[in-house]
Design a protein around this ligand. Sequence first.
Ligand code: NAP
Length: 350
Amino acid sequence: MTEKVVIIGSGPAGWAAAIYTSRADLKPLVIEGAVTEDNRLKGTLPLGQLALTTEVENYPGFPVANLEGYLDNAIDKSRRQYMAPHEGHGVSGPELMELMRQQASNFGATIQTDDVVEIDLSSRPFRLKTLGGKEVESHSVIVATGARANYLGLESEERFKNAGVSACAVCDGALPRFRNKPLVVVGGGDSAMEEATFLTKFASTVYIVHRRDEFRASKIMAERALANEKIDVKWNTVVDEVLGTDDAGVTGVRVRSTKDDSQTEELDASGYFAAIGHTPNTDFLGGQVELNDKGYIVWTTPARTYTSVEGVFAAGDVADDYYRQAITAAGTGCMAALDAERWLAAKGIE
Ligand code: NAP
């Protein structure tokens, strides 16, 4: 059987596309990602980056302080076990994603918990292979695979992931190991400012290690961080190594001056947070879809989700290095669904 539309990815873009294509009776297949150790370490588990956050205060429609009864009603009981107990705040990232997933499922989307590892866009219908060994054919594809946080690529970062190394302060900052201890944030963009400022809630000191003598971050975010008494900026400095032991995890970070190579310093720290940008998840496309110089999928027509391959549409962060918001991802997911629906109709595939 050839699918009409396969949606790859399970963040807000993927679920919005699934809701729209289901309601258009296209019977979408959503390949939501696999639950593997590799995906956990890379930050590419199903439900995307929002599943790694706590409160989402800027997604319209959730002004209430307590959603407990609503969540119990809305979400299938078998999935409630994956959600942290509700603590009387607005909606959280994982809750928002489960709600969207449920909504897509309610309208008949088929969901496969698997990764697409290979895709052949050179002939039609398109052919996809999954990690679980499934082969799928589809007339159209919506790529909504999002982006993942970057690390510097140090062996020591890898060694201490989940033992003090993280790329998501909001997800991990409240863990006991980070409380009342010095922490290190690497980067000079808005993410670094946001993460460092957030971490001051828990840490005794937050060092921002930045390779230049000025931040890339917006003025307001940089000023807020610089005005924070708990933040200590190490300018013109790069990370040499994350220090630690198997038992204790991260215990410090060795940094080096970019002005004088011989100058190193060991900062005591129980945590190390990388905030040096993101990489879009496009490896599986194998170069068959045009990407921009940062590796994001290019929309070939302004305000349309068309890609360089006819019948392949892109939505969410995989095609957006600028807004990167849940609401914009959901919006472009809707656009991709409508674009795919119209394209299929024009081809006489209904
Ligand atoms: P970004 O703006 O690309 O900044 C990345 C930072 O990491 C830069 O300061 C860069 O240094 C540094 N960096 C990159 N590679 C490095 C390496 N190998 N070694 C050392 N440092 C390295 O990324 P971002 O902060 O994630 O922000 C991405 C976008 O999301 C931006 O448009 C931002 O405005 C937006 N955003 C907005 C908010 C908000 O408004 N609340 C929050 C987060 C992100 P250089 O400066 O030297 O290049």
